[in-house]
Design a protein around this ligand. Structure first.
Ligand code: GDP
Length: 522
């Protein structure tokens, strides 16, 4: 069991949209032998239908909406890549995925540097002490000086960095990357589709000059000297403790620097670590199975209308058909066809180990955050929901399809697509999201998956806050006074819908014994 745990690497690749996450993912799959030609599954018309994209809506919009998993073996390692939606309107989905990984690779566009979404994602990694490796992509474009980029990473992401590979020139004259970690140089012939032949070059001999030219050879030697002078020796523990982020340079599109990244990653990245449950920390080596649901995806196969719940195995061995306890429902459940994911395919598995992601067919029994065990009453903690940024009333646009609409809304909310609040005053349903796109996705999915039609109507709200108090009487007075603005969330908890910052501030001042929370877990 320990061997199985130690060889697993479960991580997410995250980035600001367009930095090259999809391209890098594809190149990793290429090295893992999962696909033969990168871009093979990309159609010309639709810009971003990569292997990792599943849903029709993504093809239409050219963004990754869903989170998928890709597994492959590389050398002796078992790699589980958790893909995340590229678009920032689905940020919450990405945050949740980060609860299921042991480390992350952040892709940064070398010409653009740190962008807004990079900063947010790093904040979540920091909250959870997730070790991160940074891949600076697109070095084949004219970008910034690599040393300036490193400074920017340190400042903007608030983490110390340590380069472990180094670009030889950049832009049109980009020749490849020197592997600082292994102290070796392999030059690749650029190829956008395949893994090509490489030439090993000794940088301490004239071979370097012969291959990259006098000027670039001199510059590389000079840069390396400077790096050793400026940056402390790389220490794996400081990376594992999330204090230092190793940095790699390259061009995912041209396959430069990707192998250097992958080879080092498998060696230094953490294998599955203990998972925090409310009751205690659960170690992966524990013999009994436990896991939690971090993602639910509907209708991967449009011919079958069922959902798949993604379960991260936290401890023990998951076994097909074994009886497991669904903690929230207090029910015993068995899974006869759990699946694993391999690029475009998925196949039924008999067992899975800590770090693995198992796809469980779900006919509506799961919610995000649900815990499965062999019987022990523990609750894994997911990431809480944050107060949404945008709100709209959702109305039924086809009275003949009321049931379908209700079912669709319920399931989409269980999947965590958005948050639903029901106004206690007029019974109207309000959907809260992080971005406009989520409203469009909900409307699209209700129509295509549930045959229901919805209509949005405006409501002006500033924030939704979960309220609680030890003073039941005061809580009642508050709810009476604010009855028009009181709602319950999908879980039946009290939520105050404040229509302005001022109203919220006044409420907080007037009701000192009430606690206002901006995340759903407190
Ligand atoms: P994502 O949104 O982060 O998944 O980004 P993609 O992987 O889809 O890449 C966005 C765009 O950048 C695409 O047009 C890619 O072809 C391009 N791209 C990715 N990697 C590189 C690279 O190394 N160099 C250059 N010049 N373009 C790249």
């Amino acid at each position: 069991m320990n061997q199985e745990i130690e060889r697993r690497r479960t991580f997410a690749i995250i980035s600001h949209p367009d930095a090259g996450k999809t391209t890098l993912t594809e190149k990793l799959l290429l090295f893992g032998g999962q696909i033969q030609v990168a871009g093979a599954v990309k159609s010309n018309k639709i810009r971003k239908t990569a292997t990792s994209d599943w849903m029709d809506i993504e093809k239409q919009r050219g963004i990754s909406v869903t989170t998928s998993v890709m597994e492959f073996d590389y050398n002796d390692y078992k790699i589980n890549i958790l893909d995340t939606p590229g678009h920032q309107d689905f940020a919450e989905d990405t945050f949740r995925t980060l609860t299921a990984v042991d480390s992350a690779i952040i892709v940064v566009d070398g010409a653009k540097g740190v962008e807004a979404q990079t900063r947010k994602l790093m904040t979540v990694c920091r909250m959870r002490n997730t070790p991160v490796i940074i891949f600076i992509n697109k070095m084949d474009r004219e970008g910034r000086d690599p040393f300036d980029l490193l400074d920017e990473l340190e400042q903007e992401l608030q983490i110390k960095v340590r380069p472990l590979s180094w670009p030889i020139n950049q832009g049109a004259r980009f020749k490849g990357v020197y592997n600082i970690y292994e102290e070796q140089l392999d030059l690749f012939v650029p190829d956008k589709q395949k893994v090509t032949e490489k030439i090993a070059v000794d940088i301490n001999s004239q071979e370097l000059e012969a291959n990259v030219g006098e000027e670039d050879a001199a510059k590389l030697r000079e840069d390396l000297e400077l790096i050793e002078g400026v940056y402390p020796t790389f220490d794996v523990d400081s990376y594992l403790n999330a204090e230092v982020a190793p940095v790699f340079f390259g061009s995912a599109l041209n396959n430069f620097g990707v192998k250097e990244l992958l080879d080092c990653f498998v060696k230094i990245a953490p294998c599955p670590r203990p998972t925090k449950a409310e009751e205690r920390d659960v170690n992966p080596e524990e013999p009994k199975f436990s896991g939690f649901i971090f993602k639910i995806t509907a209708n991967i196969d449009p011919n079958h209308r069922s959902c798949i719940a993604f379960c991260k195995v936290c401890s023990g061995k998951f076994v097909r058909n074994a009886p497991y306890q669904h903690i929230r429902l207090g029910k015993t459940v068995r899974f006869s066809s759990p699946t694993q994911f391999m690029a475009q395919r998925k196949s039924t598995i008999d067992e899975a180990w800590p770090g693995d992601i198992v796809g469980l067919p779900d006919n509506g029994i799961f919610k995000i955050g649900d815990t499965l065990t062999e019987g022990e009453l523990i609750h894994f903690r997911g990431l809480p929901s944050f107060s949404p940024e945008m709100f709209k009333y959702i109305e039924n646009a086809d009275p003949m399809k009321t049931k379908q609409l209700q079912k669709g809304i319920d399931q989409l909310m269980d999947e965590g697509v958005a948050q639903l609040f029901t106004n206690q005053f007029n019974g109207r349903k309000i959907v809260g999201t992080v971005g406009q796109l989520q409203f469009e996705v909900i409307q699209y999915r209700l129509e295509h998956e549930y045959g229901a039609k919805c209509r949005w109507e405006p409501i002006h709200l500033y924030k939704a806050c979960w309220i609680e108090s030890d003073d039941a009487a005061e809580l009642e007075i508050f709810k009476k006074r604010k009855y028009q603005y009181m709602a319950i969330d999908h879980e039946g908890r009290d939520v105050f819908l404040a229509d302005s910052g001022y109203v919220l501030q006044m409420a907080q001042e007037d009701f000192k014994n009430i606690r206002f929370h901006f995340t759903s877990e407190f």
